[in-house]
Design a binder for this molecule. Structure first.
Ligand SMILES: [Zn+2]
Length: 293
């Protein structure tokens, strides 16, 4: 059963769609069709929201690894605001590994043109049913699978729950609310709550298989010997998240005018293309492969 659900906004303080949805549902109440569920609305990083920044000192959404949550670990020597906040959130929503919350739904948005994307971290039965239900009820949604490591090893806030997923919608600039992104975020949140109702009634056993994208690797911007960038995202790749990038197709435009092409032997499905939060990490985009769940 999935009864105790936490719906979280503001894990990143400049991602306005989740922050606004939580505020609106706090004042209006959660839609009545979900009254059988025990839903907690949760704002994760109020100080970052007040400052209109992603985080104050460290990315909160990387502070929930088992090591970082242990007070006596080397990572726990960190005293950043977000590190301390993670301990509090883990007490309230988790504790991780023995959670009081059945499902944590953490709402994000991205400057990449990823549309409405559900990120799952595991392909066990409940997540496959969830992915299929979302695709059936929101065909325009993308399912992104980040299962390159075990669920509990991730540093994501949502892993404080017994189950945890992220809503990731774009393109929306940081610190800005767009109507289309807000409405897609609200729709996906409602579809996920509707899934919980249906799952608890045993109604999700015969759903049609669906397409999903499995995370591959991060692709870095080309740098010169001084560590400075020598290229930008090619115009034919920009905004084409989850559109196949074919072998030999351009992915970067070098500042000397030449193109850098995708040299893989297979098409890849790029996403998080030109995501602003990854800019200083020199991450240009992530690859993925098409799978069936
Ligand atoms: Zn985020």
């Amino acid at each position: 059963m999935i009864n105790h659900i936490a719906l979280v906004g503001g894990t990143h303080g400049n991602e306005m769609s989740g922050i606004q949805l939580i505020q609106n549902w706090e004042s209006s109440g959660i839609p009545t069709q979900f009254s059988d569920l025990d839903v907690t609305l949760y704002t994760a990083n109020p100080a970052a929201i007040a400052a209109n920044v992603r985080f104050l000192e460290e990315d909160l959404n990387r502070q929930f690894t088992p090591d970082a949550l242990k007070f006596d670990s080397p990572q726990a020597a960190s005293t950043s605001e977000e590190h301390k906040l993670a301990q509090t959130i883990n007490e309230q929503l988790g504790p991780k590994g023995n959670a009081s919350t059945d499902l944590v739904i953490d709402i994000h948005n991205t400057t990449s043109n990823m549309g409405a994307t559900l990120i799952i971290l595991d392909t066990s039965d409940v997540y496959v049913k969830m992915a299929r239900y979302v695709k059936q009820n929101m065909p325009e949604a993308n399912i992104l699978v980040e299962d390159e490591k075990p669920y509990a090893s991730h540093g994501y806030l949502c892993t404080t729950g017994k189950y945890g997923v992220m809503i990731e919608v774009g393109a929306q600039p940081q610190g800005v609310l767009r109507e289309d992104v807000y409405l897609a975020t609200q729709k996906m949140a409602e579809v996920l709550l509707a899934f919980c109702v249906a799952y608890n009634k045993g109604e999700c056993d015969d759903l049609e298989a669906c397409e999903a994208f499995r995370l591959g690797e991060n692709i870095a911007f080309p740098l010169n010997d001084e560590g400075n960038r020598t290229a930008m995202i090619h115009h034919s790749l920009q905004d084409n998240d989850f559109v196949p990038l074919m072998p030999g197709a351009p992915m970067f435009r070098r500042f000397d005018g030449k193109d850098v092409v995708w040299e893989g032997t297979e098409p890849t499905y790029p996403h998080f293309i030109n995501e602003a939060a990854y800019h200083k990490l020199d991450v240009a985009f992530a690859t993925s492969s098409l799978i069936t769940l």
